[in-house]
Design a protein around this ligand. Structure first.
Ligand code: LLP
Length: 433
């Protein structure tokens, strides 16, 4: 027996006496009827509140990591709330600019930026370029010379710090493709080479320990390990990246952004560093603000084994369970307050046994075909990591607030699947959207 832990739901959630869930003043089952399923539903006020919390906790500056969730509405919201945007590819850069983000509020990341991506960044006038390798210094120098331009840069260093998280999500360990390592002197070389450049101004150092980090002490260790290298440089900025974790399932708890800020500032004070500290949270801003809605299509009880509930989405809208073995909760929004007394595995519609959304979840026993099912905490790295596997259409995104729902990304249409196919376009031009 277990009732869904309400703290995993978006903050504007309200469960009526009939047990039906509302978010942002909208009945969730009605949203599924209006917009169809699968559907991402974001609590807009919560997105804004997390942005404001981050700005208050890190007055030195916050760049929202767009890889966690990006669309025009999200880019605009973060900019309106005073955040900068961290983009890590030409694609993220393009979307952020297309959404109207001021170029000087963009921070451009990436461990293998192409010359074309660097050209885009320089042409558009991004505020900061974060250098990730020695080779990139030469590549950027050439682009700047070509465009007769200058750039403010940070150097991403590898601090050699182990953060407690999934192996794929650690980035600050010695054996990593990211950054230039302090140990062995590569980072010091990078500083000399950037300082020698007439077109680059070195404004700071950047480091990122990893993602989904629950133990804020990892950030304290990061600051400690950077202090000896960063202090003598006397640069104005220090970015400690993102990575703060969030609770996904019952029993987990994560530090708040405010607690993260307090720990980082105290570590900075102890270290004696004087640089302005900036951060790049993604997940902590968006993850808990959203739920995903699905419709149940098939229920198979395999006697003595388990019950499989198949829904109309799957690894194409949330690959995290398959990629990292991540756990999620599941519930039935028409009966949010009811005991979840049936154990199930929630699976998608893809032709793969690994297509699992919830390995072991609990739902109310009267779950039936056609019911709307929801997974909470899907606001980060779901929509952005989605795919068209099996030519499944990508879901729409709806922002809800004060009783209003606005569709900010429409559902993909079958025509979208053939617009880039040059053969089909030639023989069936009427199929282009
Ligand atoms: N800054 C840098 C340089 C990063 O590489 C990342 C994440 C962030 C900031 C934001 O991290 P966050 O605050 O969101 O943890 N796909 C994985 C997460 C990969 C994160 C990659 N870098 C997942 O679904 O858990």
């Amino acid at each position: 027996m277990s009732v869904l832990p309400l703290e995993l739901l978006p903050e504007s959630s309200f469960v009526g006496e009939d047990g039906r869930l509302q978010i942002g003043g909208r009945d969730v089952v009605e949203l599924a009827e209006e917009f169809g399923t699968p559907l991402f539903v974001y609590d807009e006020q919560q997105l804004r509140d997390r942005c404001r919390e981050a700005m208050a906790a890190f007055p030195g500056g916050v760049a929202y990591a767009t890889k966690a969730f990006l669309c025009g509405a999200m880019a605009q919201l973060a900019v309106e709330e005073g955040l900068n945007l961290d983009v890590s590819t030409g694609g993220e850069l393009h979307v952020a600019l297309a959404a109207g983000a001021p170029p000087d509020r963009l921070v451009f990341h990436g461990n293998n930026k192409s010359a074309r991506e660097l050209e885009m960044a320089v042409e558009s006038g991004v505020g900061r370029i974060v250098i990730d390798s020695l080779a990139e210094i030469d590549r950027l120098e050439a682009v700047l010379a070509d465009q007769d331009a200058e750039a403010d840069v940070l150097i991403r260093v590898n601090p050699g710090v182990v953060a407690h998280t999934h192996e794929y999500l650690q980035t600050g360990v010695a054996d990593s493709k990211f950054g230039v390592s302090i140990e062995g002197g590569v980072a010091a070389d990078a500083v000399v080479r950037v300082n020698d450049s007439p077109r680059m101004s070195l404004v700071g150092i950047h480091a990122h320990v990893g993602s989904q980090v629950f133990d804020v002490e990892s950030f304290g260790r990061l600051v400690d390990s950077l202090a000896g290298f960063v202090g003598p440089l006397g640069l104005p900025e220090l970015s400690i990246g993102g990575g703060l974790g969030v609770a996904y399932v019952e029993g987990e708890s994560a530090p708040s952004i405010t607690e993260w800020g307090a720990l980082v500032h105290s570590a900075i004070a102890t270290s004696g560093l004087e640089a302005k500290v900036t951060v790049e949270p993604g997940r902590a801003i968006v993850a808990q603000a959203a739920i995903t809605l699905y419709t149940v299509g098939t229920i198979k009880e395999i006697p003595g084994v388990r019950t499989y509930v198949s829904v109309d989405g799957g690894m194409s809208d949330n690959p995290r369970p398959v990629l990292y073995g991540s756990g999620y909760e599941v519930f039935v929004p028409r009966a949010t307050d009811r005991d979840r007394d049936l154990e199930v595995r929630v699976v998608g519609k893809h032709c793969e046994s690994g297509d699992v959304l919830v390995w072991s979840g609990r739902v109310t026993r009267d779950l039936g075909l056609g019911d709307v099912l929801a997974t909470p905490v899907t606001g980060a790295y779901g929509h952005t990591m989605g795919s068209n596997y099996n030519m499944v259409l990508r879901p729409p995104v709806v922002f809800v607030r004060d009783g209003e729902a606005r569709e900010v990304v429409r559902r993909e249409a079958y025509e979208d699947l053939t617009t880039r196919d040059t053969v089909i376009q030639r023989v069936r031009p009427e199929l282009s959207s």
